[in-house]
Design a protein around this ligand. Structure first.
Ligand SMILES: C[S@@+](CC[C@H](N)C(=O)[O-])C[C@H]1O[C@@H](n2cnc3c(N)ncnc32)[C@H](O)[C@@H]1O
Length: 178
């Protein structure tokens, strides 16, 4: 196994085993990984086809908002990382995408992709995210970030809050990497 891949895989394994790992540990791991993420993630993660992952969102959005253009659909990419999900959404015609992530270094990499409008550097958990209003977004993606001390089930209520439009919630969630 290549040394870079091994190093980052070890960090993820440590995170899954360390009971007392904190959000600062998560942030540190990704701040460290950011510059090497795009080159090494496909060798680490089982869920690496971002193009395929965003397709269900495209289908759901066109059914839920038949009268809205894709450029009018506001999407929040939770745990956006370096922006691999945003790139695929943008290829489908979505231009109003914001990125949320706990790691500023990951968001700096995402910024280079030139597909996000706003960057929100915060931890998403069970607390109200003050930067985001209720129902501010039409759809939400969260890819490779559920579980393993990342986005926990207790954050689901907050995720619903930010995309609530009456009874319509559009979520696309990919499997976690660890
Ligand atoms: C494996 S990466 C996935 C990045 C991107 N979604 C992808 O598929 O390539 C996980 C990301 O989740 C972020 N993250 C982990 N826990 C978080 C939390 N509670 N709130 C916000 N971001 C979090 C990390 O900083 C990292 O960028």
């Amino acid at each position: 196994m290549e040394a870079t891949v091994e190093k980052h895989l070890k960090n993820l394994q440590w995170l899954s085993q360390e009971k007392n790992a904190t959000k600062d540990d998560v942030r540190g791991i990704y701040d460290n990984w950011a510059a090497e993420y795009d080159g090494s993630m496909p060798d680490i993660c089982q869920c690496q086809n971002w193009k395929q992952i965003v397709r269900p969102l495209d289908v759901a959005v066109s059914k839920a908002f038949p009268d809205k253009g894709k450029d009018e659909i506001k999407i929040i990419d939770v745990a956006a990382g370096t922006g691999l999900t945003g790139v695929e959404l943008n290829k489908l015609g979505y231009t109003s995408i914001d990125a949320l992530d706990i790691s500023q270094e990951m968001l700096n990499e995402a910024n280079k992709k030139d597909v996000y409008k706003r960057f929100i550097c915060t931890h998403l958990g069970d607390q109200h995210t003050s930067e985001i209003q209720s129902g501010e977004y039409d759809a939400l993606t969260c890819v490779n970030a559920l579980g393993n001390k990342h986005i926990l089930p207790t954050a689901l209520e907050e995720m619903c809050r930010i995309v609530s439009k009456g009874k319509k919630h559009i979520f696309v969630v990919g499997v976690t990497s660890a």
